[in-house]
Ligand binder design. Structure first.
Ligand SMILES: [Zn+2]
Length: 237
């Protein structure tokens, strides 16, 4: 009885979050996602990483908005939604900062220290699932769409990336034909994380139409909800 009640509450929480993000649009699909959820008393710790921060703005949109703030807004909504669902959530940063060790001198050393500290947070929980949020950029403005990256060494990360890619297509970007992509040494965090980990490039800041969406609070919430349903789906597979 308790489990059933818990399941109903869980579905209601997802539906409520969907309504908040979409104002009703697509929430039917979200309720279906919720209905598929198998309840588990033990939820993993979700580690959320808003890419860049502080002196490191990341890439910059056609409107000259740096990705670091967009990443953080998405992470904040995602954190709140996951908490509503009862997850323990840990963020690598919750403000516009770089998390390098105090006293570290020079940009390059600060960047290295920042990455090392993010990896330490990614690796802190034996049952953790790590999600890094970024925005993409390319020289040609015509490209758009979210794409998930994972480490070749991390089979659960590959699975998580696959689920996330599917969620973006079904909830947010029906025309997105991008495929998940393995990365090697160039992505330090993904490459050195043993827990399931994915890097989500939510879209292209070099595409004027997509940049405008990515800069809007409504779309940022919709992305957060899409990722949230990805976490739920991943755990039911
Ligand atoms: Zn980035």
């Amino acid at each position: 009885m308790f489990r059933r009640l818990q399941s109903i509450l869980y579905c209601a929480a997802i539906a409520a979050f969907a309504a908040l993000c979409w104002y009703g649009k697509n929430s039917g699909e979200a309720v279906m996602t919720a209905a598929k959820v198998k309840m588990s008393m033990e939820k993993p710790v979700i580690v959320l990483d808003a890419g860049h921060g502080g002196m490191d703005g990341g890439c910059v949109s056609v409107n000259e908005v740096p990705e670091k703030g967009i990443n953080l807004s998405i992470v904040e909504s995602l954190r709140d939604g996951l908490k509503i669902l009862g997850y323990d959530v840990v963020c690598t940063r919750e403000s516009d900062i770089s998390i390098y060790d105090e006293g570290t001198e020079g940009l390059s050393n600060q960047k290295k220290s920042d990455m090392k500290n993010r990896l330490e947070i990614f690796s802190r929980y034996s049952d953790g699932i790590s999600i890094s949020i970024h925005q993409n950029q390319f020289t040609d403005g015509k490209y758009s769409g979210a794409q998930m990256f994972y480490s070749e060494k991390n089979s659960e990360g590959e699975k998580l990336a696959g689920v996330m890619q599917k969620q973006f297509v079904s909830l947010l970007q029906p025309d997105n034909t991008r495929e998940t992509k393995p990365v090697g040494d160039e992505l330090y965090l993904l490459n050195n994380t043993e827990n399931p980990a994915v890097m989500i490039e939510c879209g292209f800041l070099s595409n004027p139409e997509e940049a405008a969406k990515l800069e809007s609070a409504d779309y940022q919430k919709q992305i957060a909800f899409t990722v949230l349903t990805g976490v739920v789906e991943y755990r039911t597979e």
